[in-house]
Design a protein around this ligand. Structure first.
Ligand code: NAD
Length: 467
């Protein structure tokens, strides 16, 4: 197992990813958490990465009471939906808030942006470690008047900048809600619970778009995937193995798929999480048929498919051979596209289905030596954009995560200096864990996330470098 910095043993036990994520040691993190390192770091004013609070069943979601403000149309709904949270209306000396939540849907002019300042400025020093800032606005393009659209778009720059100012593992995110969502805003609940909990530990500076559909809460928010059949590709190790683990924890019946050569690791993962293993090369022409037949025969169909299998074959474009180019495009982009279309055409992906793709910040920011990978991962974003309205007609959603620097075998292979840089460039001053990606995928997979479609959410601690 990866040696963890002193004082982080608790996280090791809590983190379901620990056993399968074979990341390289975090030199900077280990140093500033050692006794002499901590002393030096505090003397020199060096940034200290916080041990992030992550989800544990049965624990209160935010690490303190929630300060709720704003005069929009969803503040009451938020209070009702999160009946098990403690809400307060004013800053009280000595109280550290688990979250600051602001309903900005009522902001319709540039002048009214002043309300953001008035609510957040006095509270900025009262946010608990791993606390949350959450602004809820209206989808800007649907916000009506020109002034309304401008004001709503402004929320994005505000929340992203707040994310870069927050300390001690606190994060800042924005949710845009469709203006025609019903007053009870039930479609918002899965997103609120995800963002405000430890499940979103490494999701920072992101924008979530929630549609106007109503949603039904699961019987238990600790077992939201009960009764669902889920397929995870590339699940023998790394992020895929952790997705399988989190899905099983959340109550799903899980099929883990990987190439035949990864058979031993795949069986290990399957045994560990109680999943069923399927040897499957996603690039095979009959991959969709094989998957559909296997899942239908054993479990009657598929509810959730996660296209996690992915490869890198890095080279500067000037030095790249055709094989590196095409293998990356095939595994990362052509295969998920073909499999999704195949499963939908065969009716194997049932109504209420969920497709979750894995992009990368390299597909957003671009990355030297990764023209093939960047193209494939940007193509994944295009796939989500194009398929979302089509699949919505069948009651199926499609979303993607775009991981940043996640501690896995893939990132352990990055040269040392780049690797340390990758960690420090995030607002949270560290790499993410595989569980952070898995939790975001599980949020998209939830039946209660039916109003969440066509989203690309980065799981990168607000970093913008390729991995
Ligand atoms: P990994 O290399 O540890 O695991 C990938 C798995 O996919 C392996 O088990 C591999 O055998 C499997 N696979 C490869 N080709 C396959 C094929 N043709 N058919 C079936 N399975 C196949 O990688 P990881 O770090 O866990 O990454 C998982 C996903 O996350 C990938 O899509 C990757 O591009 C993406 N991602 C990772 C990071 C990161 O920091 N680790 C960052 C951004 C995106």
């Amino acid at each position: 197992a990866r040696p963890l910095p002193a004082g982080r043993d608790k996280e090791k036990v809590e983190n379901v990813a620990a056993s399968k994520s074979k990341g390289a040691p975090n030199l900077y993190g280990s140093f500033v958490h050692s006794a002499p390192g901590a002393f030096l770091a505090s003397k020199l004013g060096l940034p200290q990465p916080e041990s992030l609070r992550r989800y544990k069943a049965g624990e209160p979601a935010p690490p303190g009471p929630v300060l709720l403000g704003g005069k929009g149309r969803v503040a009451d709904a938020v209070r009702n939906l999160l009946g098990d949270y403690t809400f307060v209306d004013a800053v009280t000396p000595g109280v550290k808030f688990g979250a600051l939540v602001f309903d900005a849907t009522g902001i319709k002019t540039i002048e009214e942006l002043q309300e953001l300042f008035e609510f957040f400025q006095p509270a900025m020093r009262s946010i608990a470690a791993s606390g949350r800032v959450l602004v809820i606005g209206t989808t800007p393009e649907l916000a009506g008047s020109v002034d309304g659209q401008i004001a709503q778009r402004a929320l994005e720059g505000f929340t992203r900048s707040v994310g870069k100012e927050l300390l001690r593992g606190a994060t800042s995110n924005l949710v845009y809600l469709h203006p025609e969502a019903a007053t009870a805003a039930t479609g918002l609940e899965s997103t609120l619970r995800f963002v405000l909990s430890g499940k979103s530990a490494f999701v920072d500076g992101q924008v979530f778009r929630v549609g106007n559909d109503d949603a039904v809460a699961p019987a238990s928010w600790d077992k939201p995937l009960e009764g669902k059949v889920a397929v995870v590709t590339g699940a023998a190790r790394g992020i895929g193995a952790t997705i399988a683990e989190v899905f099983a924890r959340d109550g799903a019946t899980v099929i883990v798929a990987d190439i035949p050569a990864a058979g031993e690791a795949l069986s290990e993962t399957a045994n560990k999480v109680g999943a069923t293993a399927l040897a499957l090369d996603v690039t095979a022409a009959d991959a969709a048929e094989k998957l559909a037949a296997f899942a239908t025969e054993r479990f009657g169909g598929i509810d959730i498919v996660v296209h996690n299998a992915g490869i890198t074959r890095d080279k500067l474009l000037a030095n790249m051979d055709e094989g590196r180019w095409s293998s990356v495009i095939n595994v990362n982009l052509a295969a998920p596209h073909r499999i999704t279309e195949g499963l939908v055409a065969a009716g194997a992906l049932r109504a209420g289905g969920r497709v979750i793709d894995v992009s990368s910040i390299a597909g957003i920011a671009g990355n030297r030596g990764q023209t093939n990978y960047g193209a494939s991962k940007a193509g994944v974003i295009g796939m989500v954009n194009a398929e979302a309205p089509k699949l919505a007609e069948k009651g199926i959603t499609i979303n993607a995560v775009a991981p940043g620097f996640i501690e896995t075998a893939m990132t352990a292979a990055i040269p040392l200096a780049t690797r340390e840089g990758g960690r420090l460039l995030s607002s949270l001053l560290q790499g993410g864990q595989t569980v952070d990606v898995a939790e975001t995928i599980a949020y998209f997979a939830s039946p209660a996330s039916n109003a969440v479609n066509g989203n690309i959410v980065r799981v990168c601690g607000q970093a913008m470098i390729g991995a």
